[in-house]
Ligand binder design. Structure first.
Ligand code: KDG
Length: 312
């Protein structure tokens, strides 16, 4: 098959390299990020073909994103939105341990996504469709794009994975719960942080939350509790894993890394324990390195640095 197909909003990232408030000015670094392209890059580095559907603006930031995705071997099915700039994330390194993020995304390329952007032939040829809750909250058009992609995947027998990725800047918890429900019902695999699962179920214990999410539809549920580890609940059983102990450099993107590791193992036909083991290891690389996706490991690195020997 075509491997991973995903759809999302990818933005430029301007990151301060100075540990102090931005109001005093800063040295800045330029990159890009998007939950869905982070997963695509992560899976691609582990040998899985990946295609991303998205909109970008008519600007140099879009050129950077296209060029980098090409360099990573991710197929980009991009439509240029002539009326909207490429979105932007401004990341302030307030202290060495605290990052503040401002989004410039609600009027940016990506909000114009619609069902028309979803190529049915492409989705039907995929081995997996991966989507997140972010597009649901970006407006009716992006939400329809996700819903349509999921319908096409289901009709074609393509497995669907969903990372909830709740963004409080885009929706209240109540709005999010309502938007996410049908997506969860249609998913084969759901990734949720413990906070997201609590928001949706009103429960606290990971095993209870997983049970409640199963009742909503998905046979495979992963609850991620950050440094406190993760729980995979699936038809083969329930598997808990500790997070890998690393020096924490940057936690943003860890969830996408986790999903990439998990889904790459899933598509390679590995069993449940191998899926969560690989997820935890790829997330460890992400946490121990700077940037939302730059530090993601290749398959060769995962082999070299097995167990707790994460490169840092
Ligand atoms: O999961 C990390 C992503 O969320 C980040 O890289 C960019 O899409 C993004 C967002 O919404 O913050």
């Amino acid at each position: 098959g075509l491997g991973l197909v995903t759809i999302g909003q990818t933005m430029a990232v301007i990151r301060s390299r100075t540990e102090r408030p931005l109001e005093h000015g800063a040295r800045l670094g330029l990159s890009f990020a998007g939950a869905e392209t982070n997963v695509a890059i992560g899976m691609r580095r582990l040998g899985i073909p990946a295609t991303w559907i998205g909109h970008l603006g008519p600007d140099a930031l879009a050129d950077m994103i296209r060029r980098e995705l090409r360099a990573e071997g991710v197929q980009a099915r991009v439509r240029v939105d002539p009326d909207r700039p490429t979105g932007l994330i401004l990341s302030e390194q307030r202290t060495s341990g605290t990052t503040r993020i401002w989004y410039y995304r609600k009027d940016a390329a990506g909000v114009g996504l619609s069902a028309a952007d979803v190529d049915g032939t492409l989705v039907a040829a995929a081995s997996l469709l991966h989507v997140t809750g972010i597009l649901l909250c970006l407006g009716p058009g992006p939400a329809e794009a996700v819903t349509h992609a999921v319908e096409l995947a289901r009709a074609a027998g393509v497995p669907v994975s969903v990372d909830l990725n709740y963004r409080s800047a885009l929706a209240t918890p109540e709005e999010f719960a309502q938007l996410a429900r049908p997506l969860i019902a249609a998913a084969d695999i759901v990734f949720a942080t413990a906070d997201e699962a609590a928001l949706l179920t009103g429960l606290q214990d990971p095993a209870d939350m997983a049970k409640a999410l199963h009742a909503a539809g998905p046979p495979t549920v992963v609850i991620k509790s950050g440094a406190d580890g993760s729980l995979l609940s699936c038809p083969d059983g329930r598997f808990r894993r500790d997070a890998i102990a690393v020096r924490v450099v940057d936690t943003v993107g860890a969830g996408d890394a986790f999903a990439a590791g998990f889904l790459a193992a899933f598509l390679a036909g590995h069993d449940a324990e191998q899926q969560i083991d690989q997820a935890v290891r790829v997330a460890g690389f992400s946490v121990a390195s700077d940037g939302d996706w730059e530090g993601l490991p290749s398959a060769a690195e995962l082999v070299l640095h097995s167990g707790k020997d994460v490169l840092r």
